[in-house]
Ligand binder design. Structure first.
Ligand SMILES: C[S@@+](CC[C@H](N)C(=O)[O-])C[C@H]1O[C@@H](n2cnc3c(N)ncnc32)[C@H](O)[C@@H]1O
Length: 283
């Protein structure tokens, strides 16, 4: 049984490793849509100059980089991710941002290899729901926080609140390119059930839990740009795309355009809505 879980962990992380380069290419565009979520997290966790901040599952690293500016010059951001590829992307982006107060470390959410009570603020945007044991991850986050330290995190809201993600999946299933997503287990919507995140934070020993939902919009000039970003972000979509000949690709493109028609703005852009749950709590 344990061996199976380990295999599953390896497979999930391998999937992230494979898309790291694509996430790097799309990071600036993605951050435009994601900014309100980072802003909520940082307004509530309120990192102070001189504090030590840990970002977990940082991917390209943007939320942590905003915190790095708030804690400068003496505070240090530890930017972490479980995959070497994402950390390489984050390292490059930190240099582009001219940040000097950032350290990088390969860390797993479920076993954070840091001493207890060693950070003031922990941040995790869209990471905790992806691990096999999110309760263990939250306990680990609390363990590494100093007493009174703050954790701010984001997970995805219910599927029907996130057409930006579900439309593509629906089209892939409709065209016979994918099976409906299995229920249960780690994934985008694993912590989307109302009240679950708050309960899990309380169960992990956090207090003063505040939570909200933040609306996001992912904008694309046209369906081609939407597909290009999805090819970079989603290993599953890229694998399907590779198997299709030009008529198959055209059929998929046309179906995506049709499905997104209700979200086309008067200017002709595709504006796909979404909603992220956010929470902040004290250790
Ligand atoms: C959806 S991306 C989010 C990236 C970034 N936080 C953002 O908001 O753009 C998920 C990230 O979690 C990382 N990740 C997945 N499983 C992890 C784990 N068990 N421990 C730490 N990081 C993990 C992936 O490598 C990836 O960078």
């Amino acid at each position: 049984m344990d061996e199976d879980l380990e295999e599953q962990r390896e497979r999930l992380l391998d999937g992230w490793e494979r898309v790291a380069g694509g996430w790097g290419r799309q990071a600036d565009h993605s951050q435009v849509a994601a900014l309100p979520v980072s802003e909520w997290m940082l307004a509530h966790a309120a990192p102070q100059p001189g504090e030590r901040v840990l970002e977990l599952a940082a991917g390209p690293g943007d939320t942590g980089f905003m915190a790095a500016r708030m804690i400068a010059p003496d505070g240090v951001l530890m930017c972490s991710d479980a995959t070497a590829g994402m950390l390489a992307v984050a390292r490059e982006r930190a240099a582009e941002h001219g940040l000097k107060n950032v350290e990088f470390r390969q860390l797993q959410l479920e076993w954070i290899d840091l001493p207890a009570a060693s950070v003031d603020v922990a941040l995790c945007r869209w990471g905790v729901m992806l691990v096999i044991d999110p309760a263990a991850a939250l306990r680990e986050c609390r363990r590494v926080l100093k007493p009174g330290g703050r954790m701010a995190l984001a997970v995805w809201d219910l599927p029907h609140e996130n057409p930006w993600a579900t439309l593509i999946q629906r089209v892939l299933v409709d065209l016979g390119h994918a099976e409906p997503a299995p229920q249960g287990g780690p994934g985008m919507f694993a912590l989307s059930h109302p009240g679950l995140l708050e309960q899990m934070l309380a169960d992990a020993g956090f207090v003063e839990v505040e939570s909200d939902a933040v609306a996001i919009v992912r904008r694309y000039r046209n369906v081609t740009e939407w597909i290009a970003e999805t090819l970079d972000h989603s290993g599953q979509f890229a694998a399907v795309w590779r198997t299709l000949d030009s008529s198959g690709r055209q059929r998929l493109t046309d179906r995506l355009a049709e499905t997104a028609a209700e979200y086309v703005s008067p200017e002709g852009e595709i504006e796909l809505p979404g909603s992220s749950l956010v929470a902040c709590a004290q250790a």
